[in-house]
Design a protein around this ligand. Structure first.
Ligand SMILES: NC(=O)c1ccc[n+]([C@@H]2O[C@H](COP(=O)([O-])OP(=O)(O)OC[C@H]3O[C@@H](n4cnc5c(N)ncnc54)[C@H](OP(=O)(O)O)[C@@H]3O)[C@@H](O)[C@H]2O)c1
Length: 277
């Protein structure tokens, strides 16, 4: 199977590359394929004729997007439109990675795939519009929403470990809930999906839920670090983009179709921690 990967230098793109050695992978980053350049995308897809495009590239700076909505739109919407149009022309299938931020976070139980979206941030809005444009252009798509992702790159786990050696106590938000998800589990799920013709929208996060505060204390526990962490409220930790209070996703469509291979967030974090030691 020939697979074109966008954003291959990002944390998910790297894991897709790591797990994809049995495939004919074509890895691109912003320098080799800027997804906002429609002609370059068309050329690339026409020449390569991939069976599948795993589209990991995105404008992921959630706070930065608030003051740069056009920049976020260009990458997350126009870039995704370019990928979908290229796939339509050549018959390739497309994986688009989306986010829990398409929801408002006001629900009190896990979101399912067909719950009403209502993004509260520019990032969430542009990721939702990216989903919409892909559904409009291309039937053979897999839209995979994930959340609280960590792997090889910038993420919460790395930030906590870095801050632990700098200042204490650490102040971490305790009233926002979600599910930490490893790129290892997410990439495994994406490879499972592309072997099926079950096109559509999926939630793909690890199992269970916690607050950022609980996540941080578990990171330190698993690393054997005695770090003082102080729980704070969202109101005490204001950022440019509002975070959802509750954005736990239910992998309902995975269970209904190809099966749900995701571990609990505790198991996945343990595997990641052991791999890094
Ligand atoms: N991280 C999370 O917690 C999270 C949660 C839910 C969903 N997601 C989604 O999961 C996907 C993967 O996220 P990630 O954490 O792996 O993100 P990431 O580490 O920030 O990687 C994104 C990659 O996209 C590249 N990129 C940005 N603009 C581009 C452009 N115009 N053309 C080509 N490449 C471009 C970036 O390149 P540069 O480094 O050169 O800018 C970067 O390598 C994204 O769709 C994201 O929205 C992430």
């Amino acid at each position: 199977m020939k697979i074109l990967v966008t954003g291959a230098n990002g944390q998910l793109g790297r894991e897709i590359a790591r797990q994809g050695t049995e495939y004919n992978l074509f890895l691109t980053d912003q320098d080799t394929l800027n997804i906002t350049d429609g002609a370059a995308v068309t050329n690339c897809i026409q020449q390569l004729k991939p069976d599948v495009v795993v589209h990991c590239a995105a404008y992921t700076n959630v706070d930065g997007a608030e003051s740069d909505p056009d920049g976020a739109f260009r990458v997350n919407v126009v870039g995704s439109q370019n990928m979908a149009a290229g796939c339509l022309e050549t018959g390739a299938r497309l994986v688009y990675v989306s986010t829990d931020y398409v929801f408002d976070g006001f629900k009190k139980e896990p979101y399912r795939e067909f719950d009403v979206v209502n993004p509260q941030t520019v990032y969430g809005l542009t990721k939702m519009q990216g989903e919409q444009i892909i559904r409009q252009i291309l039937g053979r798509h897999y839209i995979v929403r994930t959340a609280w992702l960590y792997g090889d790159g910038n993420n919460f786990v790395r930030t906590m470990l870095r801050l632990a050696s700098q200042k204490q106590p650490l102040r971490v938000v305790a009233d926002q809930f979600g599910t930490p998800t490893s790129t290892t589990d997410l990439a495994r799920t994406i490879y499972k999906l592309i072997h099926s013709d079950s096109y559509g929208t999926y939630h793909a996060t690890c199992q269970g839920q916690c607050s950022w505060y609980e996540f941080s204390t578990e990171i330190f526990r698993q690393h054997g670090l005695a770090v003082k962490v102080m729980p704070v409220t969202s109101a005490e930790f204001v950022r440019p983009a509002m975070r959802p209070q509750y954005s736990v996703l239910d992998n309902y469509m995975l269970r209904m179709t190809v099966g749900d291979p995701m571990h609990t967030w505790l198991e996945a974090l343990k595997e990641w921690t052991i791999g890094k030691k």
